[in-house]
Design a protein around this ligand. Structure first.
Ligand code: SP5
Ligand code: ZN
Length: 373
């Protein structure tokens, strides 16, 4: 799994990695640790959050020990972000925690995170305009579609830092690096243009794809190997032919998040018809079938003639992961990386889910090793 250590005989300095391999540049930010979920409220029960800062700390520690080139993110403006998300969502995320504390909810009724209580579903509005409510406790359901994705004091800073990490990784690739990895947190693929959820606040992978488009790539493929369907990324590009989305994931029809999206008959709409590909998998699926699906996703990206690749790199399909019933091995992740590397495209890998702290680092290292070709 590790890149073999080689020594050039004519050189005093040991060369730690094969120079021909596409060794990932790793981009990170201190800001990404500042989001503390506090809890996830699931079926009304407050349980400990699983999307914790220790996830990125563990991944970085492993990559650091394996001599990746790790760099800090550079600051970037909002231009790509506002082309992906509704400005109302951005303004809401930026201000929600302060509005919540100003309204006194931390003391009374004793809730230290922004939690929705009312969601204006299409059925409730029945054609009425989706107004911006005055009360923060009502606004909390205007932009968020679940009760698991809470907002605390560092949430906005972390989500915005993840965008800087992502855009810095894109910069490396547009300047000629073959492979960059954005060590993002919080993750992003469940966020649509105007609604967040699934432990995600801003869609990092969608921002990466759009930034690659703006850097001159005519067609960008997003391949999502997170255990869950990336309903947000799918929705953002559903009508477009210039950014294709392919995902393999635990079958929503088997009762898994995001429940309402990720079905095989979702193929895109209008100009995007045929550009979207979903491969739902049964619980307990292991390496063989999972890798066959990865091959199908690679073939789809290749057939649509993408010139750049974004990998939504969730490692929660792993055997030990508590959030999905898929059973992919560390070697399976390395093989997935190799299959995608064979496309020969400049690649930005963006961290999504993965919740088993003890194995996160080696799963990511294995995938990046495979992506290195
Ligand atoms: C980015 C990502 O992987 N998001 C996945 C979010 C899916 N969460 C679904 C949670 C379903 C209920 N889990 C119960 C655990 C209670 N803490
Ligand atoms: Zn996931």
């Amino acid at each position: 799994m590790r890149v073999p250590i080689t020594h050039k005989l004519w050189d005093a300095e040991p060369v730690t990695h094969d120079a021909s391999a596409r060794r990932a540049i790793v981009v990170r930010s201190d800001g990404c640790a500042l989001h503390v979920p506090g809890a996830e409220i699931w079926v009304g029960v407050r349980t400990p959050g699983t999307e914790v800062a220790e996830r990125v700390e563990r991944i970085e520690a492993t990559l650091d020990a394996r001599d990746y080139n790790i760099v800090n993110a550079d600051g970037h403006g909002d231009s790509v972000l506002v082309s992906i998300h509704d400005p109302g969502l951005i303004t809401y995320l930026q201000s929600a925690y302060e509005r919540w504390t100003d309204a006194g909810f931390v003391a009374d009724p004793g809730q230290d995170r922004v939690v929705p209580y009312l969601m204006p579903t299409p059925g409730m509005l029945d054609g009425l305009p989706e107004r911006e409510p005055t009360a923060i406790h009502a606004a909390a359901g205007r932009w968020c579609y679940d009760t698991m994705t809470l907002i605390g004091p560092g949430t906005w800073t972390a989500a915005r830092a993840a965008i800087d990490v992502t855009l810095t990784a894109v910069d490396h690739v547009t300047k000629g690096a073959p492979l960059a990895y954005a060590l993002t947190r919080p993750p992003g693929h469940h966020v649509t243009r105007s609604a967040f959820g699934g432990s995600c606040y801003l869609n990092n992978a969608a921002v990466a794809a759009q930034a690659l488009r703006e850097a001159g790539h005519e067609r960008v493929a997003v391949i999502d190997i997170d255990a869950h369907h990336g309903n947000g990324t799918q929705a953002i590009f559903y009508d477009r032919a210039d950014v294709t989305y392919g995902s393999l994931h635990i079958d929503p029809a088997a009762g898994w998040f995001p429940h309402y999206a990720g079905f095989a008959d979702e193929r895109g709409r209008g100009a995007g018809t045929g550009a979207n590909l979903n491969i739902p998998l049964a619980p307990e699926t292991g390496d063989d079938l999972w890798l066959k699906a990865v091959e199908q996703l690679a073939a789809h990206a290749s057939a649509l003639q993408a010139s750049a690749l974004v990998v939504s790199l969730g490692v929660d399909a792993a055997l030990d992961d508590p959030e999905s019933p898929l059973r992919v091995s560390v070697d399976g992740y390395e093989s997935a990386g190799r299959i995608l590397a064979a496309l020969g495209l400049p690649t930005v890998a963006v961290q999504e889910g993965g919740y088993h702290l003890d194995t996160l680092g080696k799963l990511v290292d294995a995938t990046l090793t495979g992506l290195g070709g």
